[in-house]
Design a protein. Structure first.
Length: 300
């Protein structure tokens, strides 16, 4: 099960920072339940599982935070049963917290979306769509403009989900974002990682969306659970930007002699973000380090 989950994360069958984190927690739980060796062997197996999961995709810190949460008490376990129970309990706790967090962000985020608003979004973020769908369910007459999000077209997932939920939605190419920003009232996007300085790392193109929003004086709201905040960045560590297979952009054989690059994420500086909606409340990007100190284990 763990190997299957790791592969699905690599191939993006499981994707989106929240889903990746929950899948990792569940995979660790499955691995713990299936283990039939001794305590020493169990610890080794969990170490291997941890390495395998962290090896899948480098950018979303939600994955690392999930793994850290699930394995946090393993070092104190004195018997195999204790070790197994702590992994299972903490995995369940993480998944439940994560699901609740997305709902709560939906409520807080919906409050930020005015009645009659046109919301512009990029990629597919469950936390952002939770806010947009909640605003719609609350009776607000909103519509959404979604960028298709080359090369993997996560915008298609967004428009299908919103259309199924009855939200009027328009699909545009990424290059049309500046044009459509003129009619937007708010930008709502998700995050893979929020750095201690408030920079937000999300699907490549998000920083361009934010720049266009600033130019047009449209507020940018980021929806991100607290486990998307990165403790390592407190000490100045940079967030690694995943570079994916160039074949996702174009067939390299059709362009001999051409370098094709495929960075999957980019960083939006904190000055282009107006608010970050978390399940603990709405914070300014400048308060990101407080979120890390207060809510994330081993952040010191
Ligand atoms: C997904 C992406 C999403 C964030 C937040 O990238 O950038 O905006 O992960 O999503 P990819 P969520 O498709 O490459 O995984 O709010 O669902 O956690």
């Amino acid at each position: 099960m763990l190997e299957e989950t790791a592969r699905k994360i690599e191939t993006m069958e499981i994707r989106g920072a929240g889903s990746i984190a929950r899948a990792a927690a569940q995979a660790l739980k499955g691995e713990a339940e299936a283990h039939d060796g001794d305590l020493h062997g169990f610890r080794d197996a969990m170490d291997d599982a941890r390495e395998r999961l962290l090896d899948t995709r480098p950018t979303a810190v939600s994955l690392e935070n999930a793994v850290r949460h699930v394995l946090a008490d393993l070092k104190d376990a004195e018997t195999l049963d204790e070790a197994r129970n702590t992994v299972v309990e903490r995995a369940d706790e993480f998944v439940e917290h994560s699901r609740e967090a997305v709902k709560t962000i939906g409520e807080y985020g919906a409050n930020r979306i005015p009645d009659g608003a046109t919301v512009l979004t990029h990629c597919h973020s469950s936390a952002s769509l939770s806010a947009i769908e909640t605003a719609h369910r609350d009776g607000k007459e909103i519509e959404v403009v979604a960028a298709e999000t080359r090369p993997r077209m996560q915008g298609h997932i967004t428009v299908r989900q919103l259309s199924d939920a009855g939200v009027p939605v328009t699909l545009i190419v990424d290059g049309a974002v500046r044009l459509f920003m003129k009619q937007a009232d708010i930008v709502v996007v998700g995050a893979d990682t929020v750095a201690a300085n408030g920079a937000q790392i999300n699907k490549v193109g998000t920083s361009t969306v934010a720049l266009c929003a600033r130019e047009a004086r449209v507020p940018v709201v980021v929806c991100a659970e607290t486990y998307k905040f990165s403790p390592d960045t407190v000490h100045g560590e940079l967030v690694e930007i995943e570079e994916r297979d160039p074949g996702e952009v174009a067939d390299p054989e059709e362009f001999p002699g051409v370098e094709i690059r495929n960075p999957a994420f980019d960083a939006t500086p904190p000055r282009y973000v107006d608010a970050i909606v978390t399940e603990r409340g709405v914070v300014s990007p400048h308060e990101a380090h407080h979120v890390i100190e207060k809510y994330l284990e081993d952040s010191g």
